[in-house]
Design a protein around this ligand. Structure first.
Ligand code: NDP
Ligand code: PYC
Length: 343
């Protein structure tokens, strides 16, 4: 992308633009603020498929009536170690923020706690959530199903969502170790970006509607995506369905896409987040065992391999200084959302 094809925004400008567009879409101010924080974090960290591009995605979900734009989340405690937040059909970010303090308090008190977000609409990456927990000294795990877009290994008919798994590990004096990836060969957002750019996808991402392997993003979006790592990704995708679907009383990806009724909105359903306090197992020995973890990280980086999250932290440092660069067509599409009738 040359400079002339892009528009550069400071992070404050990006946040302001996102909030303005989301308010225009009809989101309540607290939802708009929470959603904008997540999108700007994605753009800032070089995660284009889950950055400001998602303003187009939320616009569609609001316009099609998939999301309740002013839903008031309800926090409850089903048991001493559990938090439930009923998002009442709103986007997932505000319910996460509302349940977070109680989840942290319970994890610190009991050693481990879990939070179910129910009845939420999910368009976002999961790393902001596990990173937030890891920054508070907790080990964190999160997963969510999506829409049935992904075929199980050995088949070509969608059953699973793109079902991301995210993990965060707190590190002394350093930003946390975090990974977050779809259990599909890639996130659906990446295939959408290939379609927007008129580019073929790499081999192995999916099948066309005829069940044949394809590199045409339109065909894969209409057909089926593939899991990553063959049968292993397929089993992990099934695990995500079970943990953040039936276990917490919410929808599988098959049920989510049925509930969408062809509106092509973002997935509706649940998310499971688990937080573990290392002191629960280790007491005073936390620092000693953290040194073993650091030795493992050193062994990875010492041979020239990189840790997941490092690319994001480098992109973040750059964006804090230089701002973010949006492709001009995307910037124009986002601005077009501000035109038209007042929401
Ligand atoms: P990737 O396949 O790009 O994998 C991303 C993860 O792998 C990151 O943690 C990344 O770290 C790490 N990574 C990538 N390359 C390397 C490497 N060479 N060495 C070490 N680590 C590496 O992501 P996906 O396309 O699978 O998913 C992208 C996003 O989409 C995720 O954030 C996910 O949450 C989101 N998503 C959300 C869904 C939802 O339903 N809400 C559904 C599906 C996906 P780094 O960031 O530093 O590069
Ligand atoms: O990119 O697969 C994806 C995705 C689904 C929901 C949010 N992101």
């Amino acid at each position: 992308m040359s400079m002339s094809d892009t528009i550069t925004l400071s992070l404050d400008e990006a946040g302001e633009l996102a909030r303005k567009v989301l308010l225009k879409q009809g989101l309540a101010p607290d939802h708009a603020a929470a959603v904008a924080r997540t999108m700007v974090a994605g753009e800032r960290d070089g995660c284009a498929s889950h950055g400001l591009y998602r303003l187009l995605v939320t616009a569609n979900s609001v316009a099609k009536g998939v999301v309740v734009p002013d839903a008031e989340p309800v926090v409850s405690e089903p048991s001493p170690a559990l938090v439930r937040v009923d998002g009442r059909g709103g986007f997932a970010q505000l319910p996460f923020e509302r349940g977070l303090p109680l989840l942290v308090e319970k994890a610190r008190k009991l050693g481990i706690a879990a939070m179910a977000l129910n009845n939420v609409v999910h368009f976002a990456a999961l790393w902001p959530e596990v990173e937030t927990l890891a920054e508070q000294g907790l080990v964190a795990f999160a997963c969510t199903p999506s829409h049935a877009w992904v075929a199980p290994e050995g088949g070509t008919v969608p059953v699973f969502g793109t079902n991301p798994i995210a993990f965060g590990w707190p590190r002394p004096e350093k930003p946390p170790f975090v990974f977050d990836f779809a259990t599909s060969a890639t996130a659906r957002g990446e295939i959408e970006l290939h379609r927007r750019a008129g580019k073929q996808t790499p081999e192995g991402w999916g099948y066309g509607p005829d069940g044949k392997p394809s590199t045409d993003p339109e065909a894969i979006l209409a057909g089926a995506m593939r899991t990553f790592g063959g049968h292993k990704g397929s089993a992990l995708a099934a695990m995500v369905e079970l943990l953040a679907g039936p276990l917490i009383g919410d929808m599988t990806s098959i049920e989510s896409i049925a509930a969408d009724e062809g509106r092509m909105g973002s997935p509706i359903g649940g998310e499971l987040i688990i937080a573990i306090d290392p002191a629960g197992f280790l007491g005073d020995a936390v620092a000693q065992h953290q040194r073993s973890a650091e030795a493992m990280f050193d062994a990875i980086e010492g041979q020239g391999a990189r840790l997941p999250s490092v690319r994001r932290y480098v992109a973040r440092a750059k964006s804090l200084v230089e701002g973010v660069r949006l492709p001009k067509p995307l910037y124009d599409d986002i601005h077009a959302l501000l035109e038209g009738n007042e929401a």
